[in-house]
Design a protein. Sequence first.
Length: 195
Amino acid sequence: MSDKPKFEVIDRRKIKAEEEQENQQASTPKAEEKAPAASAEPKPGPRLVVNESQPEAPEAEGKLPPAPTAQESTAQKAAYDASAERLEDMVRAQNPAAGAPPPITFESLVQQFYVSALIQMGAGAPEGQQPRVDIMGARATIDLLGVLAEKTRGNLTTAEENILQTALYEARMAFLELTNMISLHAVTPPPPAKQ
């Protein structure tokens, strides 16, 4: 076998960025006089998006749509509640033994994030199947729990604070165990070659 690869990888991102810059320059009035009309039209296909400096927060807030009025929010909430009630009625009609669903509480929110993080870390996989791990998704979900803890500090009951801190602690510990296992497998050297 030769050491030369059988394929070559060409990074076209730089080329595309240069082409787009040329197209942008060609679309200016001065350049249109010099450039043929065909080169001024953008070419079809994927384009490289170059991130420019992010606007300051006050400018970004100015671009958001206005918040709904209190009247709009009240009307929307009433329509939402009526729709949810119709859905519950349909479910109870199909399953008369089903009771009313439990109310959604702060504990439900924390539990939703916690269970999502565990599932992203591979928990709940059917027995005998390889668990599917989304470690970056799990990290984002755990970070969301952290944001929730930070933003609600001082506004929770003792029970709510305990639930949140316990879920955050358990999720972080599971993440640490999983990342330690991943790093051990990544660093393990291959077995020595037999001669």
